[in-house]
Design a protein around this ligand. Structure first.
Ligand SMILES: Nc1nc2c(c(=O)[nH]1)N[C@H]1C(S)=C(S)[C@@H](COP(=O)(O)O)O[C@H]1N2
Ligand SMILES: [Mo]
Length: 258
């Protein structure tokens, strides 16, 4: 039992190191539209080196601006009806704060402006919904990895949980509230961002304002909209109905890799 666990911990460490080196390289070139060919180079590098360690660390395909869908679908909740959310939205989210807590040494409480000042990434990717439709958009947001580094994850942290402003199903015990969990390794993937911008404009309410998760190597339901709180956790058996997410609790796979 000990050996495989140690090996997994080692792999996680090795992966985190490789990912942060790559992420640093991305930082240097990010923000300029002229760096696309450099990024493609980085992608090739990622695929060849990371693919050997863990396939899921490879970058998702990125598209040219000409591929952006003129009519990106909005799915699931498109306007959370809680009074608290409506009040935040009517104030243009000036009073909104993203809490990052749980198994961290330094809990954070970030305004939208704080997030916009954090290390960012922009990407044009395809969103695949399990229901069988896809749309392409440009997303810009704060990279989750550096934020978690700032909060200083405790070693027991294995998953990152996202708690949203909406309930898709009304239940007395809160198990109808939208939430999601992802592996720590996936949170550090260079394309994992808390998006506050879609196609060059502030993220619309229908798509998750003020921020939504983009986790480009997985299916649409993993990409929590209306994120209010993020927690580092050791296991997800006590959240919702115990399967790691709103849709996972209703039968979808936890790891929705594409
Ligand atoms: N909070 C929240 N996040 C959510 C959902 C939702 O209903 N509520 N739906 C999920 C599903 S199934 C998909 S396909 C995408 C839809 O994102 P979109 O509205 O930007 O198309 O968000 C995902 N994240
Ligand atoms: Mo979906």
């Amino acid at each position: 039992m000990t050996a495989p666990l140690d090996r997994r911990a080692w792999l996680r460490g090795a992966l985190a190191t490789t990912v942060s080196v790559l992420a640093a390289a991305c930082d240097r070139v990010a923000g300029s539209p002229r760096v696309n060919s450099t990024l493609e180079g980085a992608e090739t590098l990622t695929r060849s080196s990371h693919g050997l360690i863990v396939g899921r660390a490879a970058l998702a395909r990125e598209y040219p601006a000409s591929a952006i869908s003129p009519d990106f679908r909005a799915n699931g909740t498109t306007n959370p009806d809680s009074e608290a959310y409506q009040a935040l939205a009517s104030g243009q989210f000036r009073d909104w704060r993203l809490e990052i807590g749980g198994l961290v040494d330094t809990p954070l409480s970030l305004s939208l402006a704080d997030l916009q000042a954090a290390p960012a990434r922009s990407q044009i990717t395809r969103h695949d919904c399990v229901e069988g439709w896809s749309s392409i958009a440009q997303w810009r947001g704060a990279r989750l990895g550096p934020l978690l580094q700032r909060a200083r994850l405790k070693p027991q942290a294995r998953y990152i949980a996202f708690f949203c402003a909406d309930a898709l199903e009304l239940t007395l015990d809160g198990t109808g509230d939208y939430y999601e969990t992802i592996a720590v390794a996936d949170a550090f993937h260079p394309q994992t961002i808390l998006a506050y911008e879609m196609n060059g404009r502030p993220l619309p309410v229908a798509h998750g304002a003020p921020i939504r998760l983009r986790l480009e190597r997985q299916l649409g339901y993993k990409m929590a909209k209306y994120v209010m709180r993020i927690e580092a956790i050791a296991d997800f058996s006590k959240l919702g109905r115990g399967k790691g997410g709103y849709w996972e609790d209703r039968g979808y796979q936890w790891y929705a890799g594409i």
